[in-house]
Design a binder for this molecule. Structure first.
Ligand code: NAP
Ligand code: ZN
Length: 349
């Protein structure tokens, strides 16, 4: 057993606090990673506060993990001690269903095992995430990280990056297409970076007027405030693809109306209440709503390699773990540009 320091939510209503637990010993196919940085995803907050239901406590959140390999099992072939390594949203899946066999472990028929707040498949306990000093993961669920990128700014690629890259690729985003990103947060700002790098004309649709300059700096051509009905109407039937990365409850109809013929509303944001969809807005222009859940192992490595080749990382604010509760409050107010990343050195000292 490997004694591990962390910060955990002990209940839905109390702040995260220091917590110690044991990781499993390194198995044959396992990689042991010293965690250096971990991004703070809105899903961490949703789950720590039990907004989706079914949360298990104590919960150690964190699924945007980067660090250094400190030991490997005897059967490990992809990693060696000293390598940089990353872990994202999943640490296991059934490995034999149709989805797993097609490198889409994120859509495992039996359900993927989340990096935290999930039951281990062998019944040994509950998974614990990256707000901790180390993690032990089967090598199949570990990524190679390029040493050429700024390491803390790579961490958010493991969730915010792949969660926006995958639906934009699935929707075939390319030069000449008109794409809107809704919600300029951790996911949204990565969505803008990818859509711009794929050559699309990008519009940001936001509730925050003070984000306009940033949106333009990220490469957006247009910036719309979603509450300004006059301006929104000007873009009716305009976009080929809209990526919805909103964390709070909202209706889809307003965004569906902006889609051109065969337009796709790609949904990644996960608020708690059912949204409103007006069927008339759906049948007009033969529009579709498509959900997307992170990405498979192969596609996530492809995304990381694409980022290394194209110098794409996240815009981050580094925090010590002791500031995590304040970071959650600030994330709820939209006061983060655009991802908090925990420096785990703060937990080791
Ligand atoms: P975030 O950094 O907090 O960004 C969310 C953004 O939503 C905010 O910056 C804000 O953008 C917008 N927003 C907030 N409240 C709003 C409201 N009341 N009405 C309209 N817009 C509002 O969160 P994140 O980490 O990017 O995560 C976004 C969502 O994606 C979360 O629900 C998360 O759980 C989910 N998620 C899904 C997956 C997946 O696989 N599908 C993976 C990771 C995360 P503006 O200020 O621009 O309005
Ligand atoms: Zn996430």
């Amino acid at each position: 057993m490997l004694p591990t320091k962390s910060f955990a939510a002990m209940s839905a209503t109390t702040p995260l606090e220091a917590y110690s637990f044991d990781r499993r010993a390194v198995g044959k196919k396992d990689v042991q990673i010293e965690i250096l940085y971990c991004g703070v995803c809105h899903s961490d907050l949703h789950q720590a506060k039990n907004e989706w239901g079914g949360s298990i406590y104590p919960m150690v959140p964190g699924h945007e993990i980067v660090g250094k390999v400190i030991s490997v099992g005897t059967g490990v072939s992809k990693f060696k001690v000293g390598d940089l390594a990353g872990v994202g949203v999943m640490v296991d899946s059934c490995k034999h269903c149709a989805s797993c066999k097609q490198d889409q472990e994120n859509y495992c028929d039996e359900g993927m095992t989340g990096t935290y707040n999930s039951k281990e498949r062998d019944g040994s306990g509950i998974t614990m995430g990256g707000y901790s000093t180390q993690i032990v993961v089967d090598e199949h669920y570990v990524f190679h990280i390029s040493p050429n990128l700024d390491l803390p700014a790579v961490a958010p690629l493991l969730c915010a990056g792949i969660t926006t890259y995958s639906p934009l690729v699935f929707a075939g985003v390319k030069k000449g297409m008109k794409v809107a990103i809704v919600g300029l947060g951790g996911l949204g700002h990565m969505g803008v970076k990818f859509a711009v790098s794929f050559g699309a004309e990008v519009t940001v649709i936001s509730t925050s007027p003070n984000k306009e300059a940033d949106a333009k700096k990220l490469g957006a051509t247009h910036f719309l405030i979603s509450t300004n009905e006059e301006d929104m109407k000007k873009y009716n039937n305009y976009f080929d693809v809209i990526l919805d990365a909103i964390s709070a409850n909202h209706d889809y109809t307003q965004y569906l109306n902006l889609l051109a013929l065969n337009g796709k509303l790609m949904v990644v944001g996960l608020p708690t209440e059912s949204p409103k969809v007006l069927p008339f807005s759906l049948i007009a222009n033969r529009r579709s709503i498509i959900g997307s859940c992170i990405g498979g192992m192969k596609e996530t490595q492809e995304m990381l390699d694409y980022c290394a080749q194209n110098n794409i990382v996240s815009d981050i604010e580094i925090i010590p773990i002791q500031n995590i509760n304040e970071a959650y409050d600030r994330m709820l107010k939209g006061d983060v540009k655009y991802r908090f990343v925990i420096d785990l050195a703060s937990l080791k000292s």
